[in-house]
Write a protein that binds this ligand. Structure first.
Ligand SMILES: *Cc1c(COP(=O)(O)O)cnc(C)c1O
Length: 351
């Protein structure tokens, strides 16, 4: 790693393992969610690996993310669902592999009128969360419209958000009724469950796909433990230098006292900071060096500082975010919020 001593390791094996595990266990096709740069993992790396292992359908939030995946010319035969509403100016010349979401009834009519093929449209149904989707109350009108023009779609989907188990189960039943009411064979794909939804409700054999984000990457929801999935991302690097702080009042821009440094000894510098998306918020959390835990004392834009002991030498391996679950309990922030921020300055390396 000459250009940047810190990097993000992406385990191809674990990514494929999670993917196969979820498909087998839930006996369902996968529609993996690759938004936000594949949750910080790198959208091109993740889509390529999954495509090679047989996954041909992906979901992202925005159109630019869909086109980012398609930069890879090998992904000839794939479909990419865009969750968010796309501007009308983007309808012409839409790549045939891109699938749009009709997030309102107006959206749907507009797309059909402007000539977007219905094989490139999925209908989103909203069960009252007010973010996205055709309202449940509009379903009768929707049925009339669909039958009038005898429309067949790429799919229909909904979302459970963070519903309690009972509520979620109700929404799933309602959604099934909507699909049957509109005609199940009008939709190639049907799906509603994100990772937590998969964990709570299993697979009903009714829907064609499950739609996990975090589980693809082996990340847990706080307080819920999905067994057998494996973490894909590791943030690691090397000790750059070690100094003594004798008779110095400051470490980087902070006073020594404020960094909780005890004595003057063995302050290791690593070349990663908030400029890489490793936020100051992580100050006083743990890292692992040679299998041993240390506290990160200070974080600047380009460097961070760790008080180490004699066992640590220049060039030793440092692992940041050594325990994803611990991050939530220490910082009350989900690890996903932090890894999405990891900047392109950190190289992604496939292992
Ligand atoms: C982000 C997202 C998902 C994936 O959610 P996870 O909790 O990461 O599994 C699924 N569906 C929609 C609509 C989303 O926006």
């Amino acid at each position: 790693m000459s250009s940047n001593p810190f990097y993000i390791e992406i385990s191809k094996e674990n990514l494929i393992y999670n993917n196969n595990y979820l498909q087998k266990t839930y006996n369902s096709k996968l529609l993996p969610v690759l938004k936000a740069n594949a949750y910080g993992h790198d959208i091109n790396i993740v889509s390529s690996i999954l495509y090679e292992s047989g996954v041909k359908e992906f979901a992202v939030a925005r159109l630019c993310e869909g086109y980012k995946i398609l930069e890879n010319e090998n992904l000839k035969d794939c479909k990419i669902l865009i969750f968010e509403t796309v501007d009308q100016e983007d309808y012409p010349n839409l790549d045939s592999r891109i699938i749009l979401s009709a997030n309102t009834f107006e959206d749907l009519k507009n797309m059909v009128e402007k000539g977007v093929p219905t094989e490139q449209i999925q209908i989103k149904i909203d069960f009252g969360f007010g973010r996205n989707g055709i309202f449940f109350q509009e379903v009768e009108e929707l049925k009339e419209y669909i039958e009038k023009y005898d429309l067949k779609f790429s799919g229909i989907y909904s979302h459970l958000y963070a519903l309690e188990k009972d509520e979620g189960a109700e929404v799933i039943e309602e959604f099934k009724k909507v699909i049957l009411f509109l005609g199940k064979d009008r939709f190639q794909m049907t799906h509603i469950q994100n990772s937590e939804g998969i964990y709570l409700h299993g697979n009903s054999n009714f829907f064609t796909h499950i739609r996990p984000g975090i589980y693809i990457y082996g990340i847990q929801e706080p307080g819920i433990h999905m067994e057998n999935i494996k973490q894909v991302l590791t943030l690691k690097g090397k000790i750059d230098s070690i100094r003594q702080l004798k008779n110095k009042k400051y470490l980087a821009y902070s006073t020594k006292e404020s960094t909780k440094i005890v004595g003057d000894e063995n302050i290791a510098k690593i070349k990663i900071g908030y400029g890489d998306g490793f936020l100051k918020l992580n100050t006083f959390t743990q890292c692992v060096i040679n299998g041993k835990k240390f506290i990160i004392n200070s974080i600047t834009m380009d460097n961070s500082f760790i008080q180490v002991d004699e066992s640590v030498k220049i060039g030793d391996e440092v692992i940041l975010y050594p325990d994803f679950n611990d991050v939530f309990f220490k910082l009350n922030v989900h690890i996903v919020e932090l890894i999405c921020l990891l900047s392109p300055r950190l190289k992604r390396v496939i292992v």
